[in-house]
Design a protein around this ligand. Sequence first.
Ligand code: MLT
Ligand code: ZN
Length: 458
Amino acid sequence: MSDIDKLWLHQHLPGIQASQQADDLASYGSDWSRLREPAPAAVLFPQHQEQVAQIIDCANREGLALVPSGGRTGLSGGAIAADGELVLSLERMRQLDPVNHADASVRVEAGVVTASIQQQAERAGLFYGVDFAAAGSSQIGGNIATNAGGIRVLRYGLTRDQVLGLEAVSGKGELLQLNHGLIKNATGYDLRHLLIGSEGTLAVITAATLKLWPDPGERQVLLLAVDGHQALLPLFMAARQALRLSAFEFFTHDCVRHVCAHAGLPPPLEQAAGMYVLLECDAVSDEQVAALFEQLVEQQLVSDGVISQSRQHAQQLWQYRERISESIAAQRPYKNDIAVRIAAVPELLQQLDELIQRHYPAFEVLWYGHIGDGNIHMNVLKPDDLSPAAFKQQCELVNEQVFDCIQRLAGSISAEHGVGLLKQPWLQYSRTPVEIDIMRRIKSVLDPGGILNPGKLL
Ligand code: MLT
Ligand code: ZN
């Protein structure tokens, strides 16, 4: 692959924009996980689906590896190109069609940034259901390839649930137009869902038709102080009963400390609590909120709280949750993104707590996540005196125990960040040997040359 130079690109991929500049290779060969040093041979920028097919045909002919690439905000190394691969960036395919009002949908090319879709929907008086902290730079192709989740899954579902139609090129070079924006289509295997979450290992997603929702209107945010994790499930059940929830998040006081230091924010409540719950719901009257709050205090589930008084205030409260990830990024945390059924959350938290006390006594461990979906982010911060390699090794040893516990509870080792390179060695804790074998066989049908994102996921 070292033979790939300007002349090679010109001869083998005529008409395709490409870069081999050092800064482009470094930035397009990496993602937010920074798991490995980027070292791609070149970055390619196709402008339409036929050019994607042209690149795939060339890669099959020449036996080259391709790494499909979006906004590179992934946290599991799914977009890393560290072995002389060609990066196939979709960022110049960013056509955003007008909203289709009759279908309540919008067709977007893979390189469109998630926040642009949210804004396009809003301008049309509608709503795009997926949101997360990286919405300002992540691209929809990557969201679909990893089946991104985020903060409103409990009301609107995952990215999977928004995709009404999908356009892609398989690893064999076949152009695919899947489901055509239909709501109902009972005509056999839904190949669309095979590609969603396949992390660029089966096909390159080039465009999608996305479902839009009615404008939710005004919403309220409650930030509640909670003593310990035992209160989380009963609190969630009480809130779900009383309110129409769109988010139910939790985080510990250590997370708040990091956010306040990083973002220069005041503490959210006068008195620090062990844990906080941030919930978002459709607007309700002050009386209804007061009644619920009283009930939660009486049941000793909540000790204090604040309710948003305006849209701006709600956004301020969200910052305590949304900015956790960026506030610890410089410390290169070891990330776990795990999930169990809601009913198993208390048992998971109990078992993880014990594991952490036993194995991580000297490490700072931060807990936060989308607890209303059963999804917990457990971030371990590297102590200053430990080398990155020794730190990673220690964390991976503990992984075995964490994932044993996940397996016993029939949970997932990656709820929403994907498998990529980071979780690939542990896939068998969430998927059986039979499932993994079927996944490999599916890969050999759609990508027989094994050119798409080799080494990731499987
Ligand atoms: C979040 O929920 O904040 C994101 O998944 C990012 C992260 O886990 O760091
Ligand atoms: Zn998350």
